[in-house]
Structure formats: C-alpha cells, structure tokens
Design a protein around this ligand. Sequence first.
Ligand SMILES: [Zn+2]
Length: 419
Amino acid sequence: MKFRFTLACLAAAAMVFSYTGCDKVQKILHRAPKEPVVAAETATPTPATPTPKPATPTPTPKITANHDASVIVLCYHRFEDIKSAMSTKPEDFDKEMQAIKDSGFTVISMQDFLAWRRDEKPIPAKSALITIDDGYVSAYENAWPILKKYGYPFTMFVYIQYVNSGGKSVSWDQLAELRDAGVEIGCHSFTHQNLKGRTPKAVADQQKLGGLDQWLKREVADSKKVIEDRLGIKVSVFAYPEGAYNEKAREAVRQAGYEAAFVTYGQRNTFSAPAADLIGRYAIEQGKPKTFNDALAMIGGGMGPVGSAVMAAPAMASAPATPALPTVPSEGATVSDAKPKISAVLTSLGALEPESVQMRISGFGLVPAKYDAASQTISFQPTTQPLRDKDYTVIVSGKVNGKRAEARWSFKFDPAAKK
Ligand SMILES: [Zn+2]
C-alpha cells in the first residue's frame, strides 16, 4: 500500500515539476567531444577497452556513418483527450506524425541512432527519434496504432514503480507485446526521482539504502536490470527523470553500461555532439505547439525562432526546474583545477557567424576563447589568471542572421574538492 501511495505522489510531482519551461530554455551547451566516437566513452565502464562489436564472421569493409546527418528527438508522455500539459490529444499526435513526414524527416529506430553514433551505419540527413516517457497505457492504446500507421519506430522509457501498478500504467505484458513488435524499451529510473538527489524524499531514501551511491545505483542500474530480467532484453538507453542530472548521475549512467542517455532540452543532435549521455529531446506539451515547430525547424529550416528563445535564458536561469546545462564543466559541477578547460558546443544556437562567437566568464569578462566553426565548439582555458572565486558563470553568445543569441551556465571552484 505504501508503494501505491508513493506512486501517486510521484505521478503528481511529475505532473507539476517535469519539464516546466524546458522547451523555453534552449540552453544548449555541452561537453566538447574529445573524439568523434563519443559512444564508446560512455558505453564501457572501463574506458581503455573500446570493443564496439562482437567479431563479425566476414571482414566486411567498415561502413562510415554520414557525419553530417542531424537528429531531433521528440519526447511525449501520454495520449488522452484531457486537459494536461503532459497529455497529447491523439488527433494532435496524428497531425504531428504527419508533419514529421511532410517536413522531410525520416523517423529512425533507437538502434539505428546508436549504430550511427558508433560510426557503423548511415542515417538519413534529417532524422527523428520518437520517445515516450513514464509508461502510461495510453502510449500502448492510443499512440501505438498511430505510430504503426506511419510505420514509425519508437522508444518507451518506463520507470519500475509505475509499470504494472494499475490505473493508467502500462503492464509488463503490454511492454512484452511492444518489445515483440520491435519497440525499443528504455529505462527511466526506479522511482522517477530527480537524480540530483536533494529532495527530502531522496535524502530519506539515501539514508535507507546506505548512501547516495546506493540510491543512484537503484535508480539507474537496478532499474535497468529489472527491465532486462522482466523482458529478456538489453536495455541500451536511459532517460533522466525530469531531464535532471549532475556529474554523479552521469557517472552512475556510465557505470550501469548504458549506451546513451536523454535529457529534455530541445536541440539538434549531431554525430559527435552532445555527449552520448546527454542527448537532447524536445518535450512536447499540450498547448505549446511552438516546441514541436521549433523541433522541425531545427534541421534544414535554418535557425527558426530558437535564437530568440535562447535570449530568454537569463530570466530562466534561476527557475528551479531549469535543467542543468551540458557543458564542460557541466552545470553546477565543482572543479578543483584552477585552470580548467571550459567549453561548450553551440550546435543548438543555429548557424552562428563564426567571428561573432564570444565567451564571457564572471570574474574574467570577455576571454580569448577559441571557436571551431566545424564542430561549433567554443573553448577556453585560463593560463595567466587562475580561478579564485567560488562560483563562476559562463556566457556564450553569437549572431545568427544578424540577431544575437546567447546561453549561459554556472559551475563552482573548490581547490579542495575531490577530483
Ligand atoms: Zn518522466
């Protein structure tokens, strides 16, 4: 009974807090890719041995993925004709699926996306992934028939406490049916708590389970195992509850052996960026058609209105539901190195005029950052002036079609922090 009660609370909490404003905060930055194949670095807990594939019987020539392709990822939740931001009306969903086709996108499977990121398989230049979070039965009952009609593959991200809990939840049997039809099943944690682990409930759970690491293990690794055991599959992908993460959560995701993990800020995903454990998604909400339109405009449609959305970022930066920024250092991270590499990939800001790209750092001002137009990566490393303050904010900006766009993130400096 306690279990059920928790669920109700979680569902309610998810309704209130999830994704609030995520679509508005087009903050886009992330870890600069160190090497082209980012997948390997997150896929294997031991980074030294990137053994990407089992031995193939015939030595076929290596297929190189088309590195210029881009992928947008859409994130849905439930599909009912009810008044809820999280619910997409089935008829609207149908129209959106048609619009994807009309805009020249190819909907690809999760496995094709992963193979592309591993440099094993090409994908169409304009590709889209469809993901459905939480495990509402309306995904099975209402979305699936529509997705079948269009022949679109998709991914269900479910969290353990909700599956088979009655009410509006999908059952394990239904998930098995989806699995048999080729639907990718991903993990969305055990209890759908924000993995930063700072809520009173999270803190209490951590005490019960023996600490933050154990708690994260349950949310990220044990949950994966449950799905794998129940459905007899390999779970390759994870979606952070509320799109929230920090370095500890990312580490847990890497340790658990996921090949990719998804957040909820909309952006164009390229071959090498963002990092495989921070793939961006557009969280589609009822009554906010702009998010969907922005997603379609992100590839091939030039900049669209995204630049202006980014302009609003400073006001959003203090909103509690704002997801952490994918950058180096990542949003909220603490660094001990007084001369750290500071970088961001600006793909989602659109077609930036290279000369216009700038980085500002609190306590530094405008810094002589290097901008690589090919990868849209801006980076800077303090050489003469080391970090001294406790908190730093980094602001990156540039011009797109003559209009200014910017994004920002923060990190902390503590020379005594553990590396
Ligand atoms: Zn969720």
